[in-house]
Design a protein around this ligand. Structure first.
Ligand code: DGY
Length: 311
């Protein structure tokens, strides 16, 4: 029996299966443990179940001498210093596939909402400003037949491309499929909608910045359901203000949570959702199943079913 620390209560029954085999502590609060508390609570743990809001950095890993496994609840694992974990022989796992469709659905929900200015239109009803049917009011962009540029054609990017086919969209991408891959610059210049699906890495940090935003069409809409720091937010704020692009719909921001007084939020034609891409009950339960399977395997000395490093 090993000691495991889980940084949040999870939906479904997966944690019961973990607790049947190991000693498990679950952080009970709505807010995650702050970094110092997380570090303190990780000392003595053999297994950690963490998520996007938990920085599992080199200092935490160095302080947790008995740590054998980090199961991250999410397909993204940029919150974990994988290199530091690998150096110490600690297995790191993620939860791919099970959230692909939920995240692709949310991407399309944001795309459609931004195209049709849905939040603004709904707000006028609540404000009592729906005084008549107006030929010129709330005019949005047509999605059918438009060009969608997908930056990063991994599992989620491909699921978004499949949805786009149902809307007769013309899909461009920066993925590695031979033949159809185009450069980021060309994709930005030719797309009506640009949707980000690449992981956050040193190479993709601020991939969307003043220069690349300037390549986009003034009618284009940016969608980000990947990671906030892929977009330079002050540059996006300026681009929205100046009409360099027509709108943006973000499920992820930098930082998270985004403070209610962040200057970005006063930008025009902007939708911000609180990182809910994988947020269906079924997807979040399956993520918990995978994270627990990862931990159980690693603590039994086996490779995780979804291990992201070689140890
Ligand atoms: C993911 O799975 O990466 C989600 O963004 C939650 O972290």
């Amino acid at each position: 029996m090993a000691y495991c620390f889980v940084t949040r209560q999870l939906p479904g029954t997966a944690l019961e299966r973990l607790a049947a085999v190991h000693e498990v502590d679950i952080w009970p609060e709505r807010l995650p443990p702050d970094p110092a508390t997380l570090r303190k609570l990780s000392v003595g743990a053999a297994g950690l179940l963490t998520m996007v809001s938990d920085p599992v950095d080199a200092s935490l890993i160095a302080a947790s001498s008995g740590l054998e496994a980090i199961a991250n609840y999410g397909v993204g694992y940029d919150n974990v210093d994988v290199e530091a974990a690998t150096e110490r022989g600690i297995r790191v796992g993620n939860t791919p596939d099970v959230l692909t469709d939920a995240t692709a659905d949310l991407t399309f929900a944001l795309l459609l909402a931004a195209a049709r200015k849905l939040p603004q239109a709904i707000a006028t009803v609540r404000a009592g400003d729906w005084i008549t049917w107006e030929p010129m009011a709330h005019l949005g962009a047509e999605v059918q037949g438009a060009t969608l540029g997908i930056v990063g054609l991994g599992r989620i990017g491909q699921a978004v491309a499949r949805r786009a086919q149902g809307f007769d969209m013309n899909v461009l991408h920066t993925g590695s499929r031979s033949g159809s891959r185009i450069s980021l610059e060309s994709l930005l210049q030719r797309s009506d909608f640009v949707s980000l699906h690449c992981p956050l890495t040193p190479e993709t940090f601020h991939l969307i910045n003043e220069r690349t935003l300037a390549l986009m069409r003034p009618t284009a809409i940016l969608i980000n359901t990947a990671r906030g720091p892929i977009v330079d937010q002050p540059a996006l704020r300026t681009a929205l203000e100046n009409g360099t692009i027509a709108g943006a719909a973000l499920d992820v921001t930098d930082p998270e949570p985004l403070p209610a007084n962040d200057p970005l939020l006063s930008g025009p034609n902007l939708i911000v959702a609180p990182h809910i891409g994988s947020g269906t009950r079924a997807a979040r339960e399956r993520m918990a199943d995978l994270a627990v399977e990862n931990l159980l395997a690693a603590l039994a000395g086996r490779r995780m079913p979804h291990q992201v490093n070689e140890v």
